[in-house]
Design a binder for this molecule. Sequence first.
Ligand SMILES: Nc1nc2c(ncn2[C@@H]2O[C@H](COP(=O)(O)OP(=O)(O)OP(=O)(O)O)[C@@H](O)[C@H]2O)c(=O)[nH]1
Ligand SMILES: [Mg+2]
Length: 492
Amino acid sequence: MASSLTTFTDEAKIALDTLSGRAAGLFAPSLRLGVTGLSRAGKTVFISALVHNLVHGGRLPLFEAQKSGRIARAFLEEQPDDAVPRFQYEDHIAALVVDRVWPDSTRAISELRLTIEYESASGWSRMFSAGKLSVDVVDYPGEWLLDLPLLGKSYADFSREAFEMAVLPVRVDLSREWQALSASVDPNADADEMTARRLAESFAAYLKACKLDERALSTLPPGRFLMPGDLEGSPALTFAPLPKLGLGRARYGSLQAMMERRYEAYKTYVVKPFFREHITRLDRQIVLIDALQALNAGPGAMADLERAVTEILSCFRPGRGNFLTDLFSRRIDRILVAATKADHLHHESHDWLQAIVRRLADRAVARANFTGADVDVVAMAAMRATREGTVKQGRETLPVIIGTPLRGEKINGETFDGKTETAIFPGDLPEKVDAVFDGFESKHQQNDDDPAIRFVRFRPPKLERTAEGVTLSLPHIRLDRALQFLIGDHLA
Ligand SMILES: Nc1nc2c(ncn2[C@@H]2O[C@H](COP(=O)(O)OP(=O)(O)OP(=O)(O)O)[C@@H](O)[C@H]2O)c(=O)[nH]1
Ligand SMILES: [Mg+2]
């Protein structure tokens, strides 16, 4: 009886899916896992490591189904959506394991289906069938997610907010050129393609400058200006905010009217379809953040990251005030906010990093007034590129991390060659989590010689091989904890 009930709900879910245009995978229960994060947050590495560890039986003690030996096998299958590019798992693994280089940056959505055959933990379910769960992993740029709030904003709102943000201390110097150009145009003048293009390019250049490493800013709609996907150069991307717009309607044929129409086209043809086709079908979501990079860039970047996480969470908030509530065919019930690259810190500091992410997520949950899904946090490294050690300095013994910095990385004037292993002391971290968030309004750190954390990029690790030449599983930090939260309950 219990079993037929579960089957029934699964079928009901699938019926909904089919309605929304999805016919494949009719009878295998599936779970759609969204993986997002701003560019370079670690999405590609996370998905590659997750799949590799499951397919090759990696060390995952905190992932209960694996630990108790209930997973019979995990393998890749054909994905359900023919129109979405496949996540190039094999290429990424080859880059990581064979060449020891990080995979190339990805700029669009992609998908991969991983199927897990398992034995249920409860004898009752076991009697009826062996379990099979298909996990559809969907990788998409977080920048696109930050477009959701645009759906509720008019062109005038969007313009006003863009100019408000542009004068914040962390952004003002980067936005100067674009602001000057904007000030020189008259919104009421006749529409002109070249003016529109110059403004759009200048605006995009400012947004891109905000994303550079040393600034590490996060909240930057419209997302396609940073990640155009296949839309580069199209009119829906050739617009920009205009300053000092009045309340009245734009004159027909004016620059303002043109910009407004294109902004609306962006919402209609870019933002809405993306949400309808991809986001509304997710069951679980992991949001990867590069907290270390933001910490390194100073409180302004932390505040910005917090704002981004707040907006991202608002996208998944069910209920009033969310334009997509009616569209949701499934409801996201678990969201994990994960700080990746924890292997840049000694393990003694992992809890510290997790506390920072906890703090950030709690504030975002409160600010987004978020309910309806469990939100958890983790400090992890999908692929651990370092080992740990200690170094004696005078009387002190310092905890260090040891790895091979990427070629061209610098510390204290030394430039690395990409081959030499080096021990690095990550720096004294502020003991109190509060200290990281304090002084939000203060100017960003100008002092590049003394960043808060000494932070270099390492090459992917050299992997041990057995006598037969088989590569042992990919090392990680707490990837198993992330897995347990994201899919563990579906394998119970
Ligand atoms: N040490 C370490 N570095 C990592 C880890 N994950 C990601 N990185 C670093 O972060 C960079 C970005 O990782 P990706 O997985 O490509 O990030 P992404 O989010 O897919 O980036 P885009 O596709 O450009 O949006 C990598 O090139 C690595 O330098 C990790 O677990 N440990
Ligand atoms: Mg990627």
